[in-house]
Design a binder for this molecule. Structure first.
Ligand code: NAD
Ligand code: UDP
Length: 322
């Protein structure tokens, strides 16, 4: 087992952050989870609270943070379109000021630092599938821009700190990831469809449902995160992490209906502005440098996720709890 470290995870009570905290604790590290609970939930980390190596701090990354750590994972940011568009200026601040503060902390503590970047860097991509070398097609003034441009600026900051100050950075461009502990209220397609199907409500497909996404199960992603953080410092960054199996949103709806045995019908709603038409990661870099490929295919991952939401809904625990 590697030497135990004191590790900071921002956004640690969110969907991905909670799995990351768990994985790091399982390896014997001390984990400091920092979160403002904007979209995360205490429920996601309740099972970790009794671990003496786990500590939670309510803090907003738009404010500087003074702690002593050996390693930093910067995940703090709302991730679903309805959440990041609710207060777009705050979204920009979280991504830009949050990056500056965490990079400053990494500089002072001489910590390696990981950035949770996103496939939204590619916007509505004109190159398919998307390799890391593609610069993207992003609207600077649309409703998604607060998130896309906030994350793009964070990438710029990370690379400037690396070039000018020699920081040891790691950066994943994460493609749509799903699994247990997604919020039932955050409007992302997988949680929306499953909750709608389980309740027998209409499945809301935005547009014709011909737009595509590539869905990665959370366990695969976290395995990729851990490999990426431990990659040699000369490994090329950023790295796409996602499952290259591509589905239309209509195919996803049909699969959720089949797996839940739901009587739900399809209800078409307007397509949101700037909704990307297609998205699929080129993961050759992660495969070559990390030996990483996702193992869990959509049918299996959806079954685990459906079981989670069935349990949540049957206990009436689907209301937002901070
Ligand atoms: P999430 O909303 O479940 O988690 C985000 C966490 O960050 C929440 O706990 C939230 O309360 C916290 N947070 C937000 N603003 C904060 C602030 N100012 N200060 C402190 N904490 C703050 O989302 P997630 O899916 O777990 O995403 C985690 C990270 O991964 C995000 O940075 C997101 O942009 C990135 N990402 C996720 C996906 C995905 O498919 N899940 C895809 C691409 C990128
Ligand atoms: N979507 C949909 N119905 C929903 C929620 C989302 O058809 O109830 C579509 C959305 O328009 C997009 C895709 O599903 O084309 C993925 O949406 P999500 O918000 O999960 O992620 P993102 O757009 O950021 O990839």
């Amino acid at each position: 087992m590697p030497a135990s470290k004191r590790i900071l995870v921002t956004g640690g009570s969110g969907f991905l952050g909670s799995f990351l905290c768990e994985s790091l604790l399982n390896d014997g590290h001390d984990v400091l989870c920092v979160d403002n609970f904007q979209t995360g939930s205490r429920r996601n980390i309740l099972h970790l609270q009794d671990n003496p190596r786990f500590e939670v701090m309510r803090h907003d990354v738009t404010v500087p943070l003074y702690v002593e750590v050996d390693e930093i994972w910067n995940l703090a940011s709302p991730a679903s379109p309805i959440h990041y568009q609710t207060d777009p200026v705050k979204t920009v601040k979280t991504n830009v000021l949050g990056a500056i503060h965490m990079l400053g902390l990494a500089r002072r503590t001489k910590s390696r630092i990981f950035q949770a970047s996103t496939s939204e860097i590619y916007g509505d991509p004109l190159v398919h599938p998307q390799p890391e070398s593609y610069w993207g097609n992003v609207n600077t003034i649309g409703p998604r821009s607060c998130y896309d441009e906030g994350k793009r600026c964070a990438e710029t900051l990370f690379f400037d700190y690396k070039r000018h100050l020699g920081l040891d950075i790691r950066m994943a461009r994460i493609f749509n990831t799903y699994g247990p502990r997604m919020s039932s209220h955050d409007g992302r397609v997988v949680s929306n469809f499953i909750v709608q199907a389980l309740r027998g409500e209409p499945i809301t497909i935005y547009g014709a449902g011909t737009q595509t996404r590539s869905f990665c199960y959370v366990d695969d992603l976290i395995a990729g995160f851990r490999l990426l953080m431990n990659a040699p410092s000369d490994a090329p960054m950023p790295m796409n992490l996602g499952n290259p199996a591509e589905f239309t949103i209509r195919e996803l709806a049909d699969l959720v209906i089949e797996l839940t045995g739901s009587p739900s019908r399809i209800d078409h709603r307007p397509l949101p502005t700037d909704d990307p038409v297609q998205r699929k990661p080129d993961i050759s870099r992660a495969t070559q440098y990390l030996g990483w490929t996702p193992r869990i295919q959509l049918r299996e991952g959806l079954s685990h996720t459906i079981a989670y939401f069935e349990n949540l809904l049957s206990r009436g625990r689907d209301r937002q709890v901070a």
